[in-house]
Design a protein around this ligand. Structure first.
Ligand code: PGA
Length: 242
């Protein structure tokens, strides 16, 4: 099954309304063969979605609550993200797993909530450095994958992000990325059959390494943090996926 490449930018807790200028540059660059998603902070989603409407750039959230509404002060639900104009949402990012103690079961519930609200969840998995050093990367990530994905998978996207590669400038060897993606693809096929589930790589993707990473077997694009903040850095990465 052919899968369309996706490049998603995760702005994390960075940028303010001035970031709209970066979105304008992405829009002006025109559509690409790859699907482009930008995930700004929650406070900017409505403005970004309004600006991006009708363009090739989709807007996503960075997290959502597992319930669709209720007494959860300060949280944001998946239907609220959809109402603000988002079409995607990242769930289970390693920073949320670490900062907020998010478990696989919670991530799975968030992915289900996202699907129920009509959003495309981008579910993140990845090992920490000690797990890799102990030779347990595959076992850990496969376990996260199994427990973080809902049975009713819909159009869910998976992002493999080795935690030690995020924001560090360090990237696994090409054969390690390919090996992990091969294993995760096999696991997805075993559980869900031949689906169009896309498998992104994330962790220190930048213009200089994107083409090599995106050319690897079973890598269907990237989840990009730091290098997505400026359109001039992000656009060559989108280009590398086409
Ligand atoms: P990075 O972040 O590209 O800055 O390493 C990736 C991510 O956390 O999604």
């Amino acid at each position: 099954m052919t899968r369309r490449m996706m490049v998603a930018g995760n702005w994390k807790m960075n940028a303010a309304a001035a970031g709209l200028a970066e979105l304008d540059t992405l829009i002006a660059a025109g559509p690409s063969a790859a699907e482009v998603v930008l995930c700004p902070p929650a406070t900017l989603i409505a403005a970004f979605a309004a600006r991006a409407r009708g363009s090739h750039v989709a807007i996503g959230g960075q997290d959502c609550h597992p319930e669709l509404s209720g007494a959860h002060t300060g949280d944001i639900s998946a239907p609220m993200l959809a109402d603000a104009g988002a079409s995607h949402v990242i769930v289970g990012h390693s920073e949320r797993r670490a900062d907020h103690g998010e478990t696989d079961a919670l991530v799975r519930a968030k992915a289900s909530a996202a699907l129920a609200a009509g959003l495309v969840p981008i579910v993140c998995v990845g090992e920490i450095e000690a797990e890799r050093d102990a030779g347990r990367a595959l076992e850990v990530v496969a376990g996260q994958l199994d427990a973080s994905l809902p049975d009713d998978i819909g159009g869910t996207v998976v992002a493999y992000e080795p935690v030690w590669a995020i924001g560090t400038g360090r990237v696994p060897a090409a054969e390690d990325i390919a090996g992990m993606h091969d294993a995760l693809r096999a696991r997805l096929t075993e559980r869900f059959g031949e689906t169009g589930i896309r498998l992104l790589y994330g962790g220190s993707v930048k213009a200089a390494n994107a083409a090599e990473i995106f050319a690897l077997r079973n890598v269907d694009g990237g989840l990009v943090g730091g290098a997505s903040l400026k359109a001039k850095d992000f656009l060559p990465i989108v280009e590398a996926a086409t």
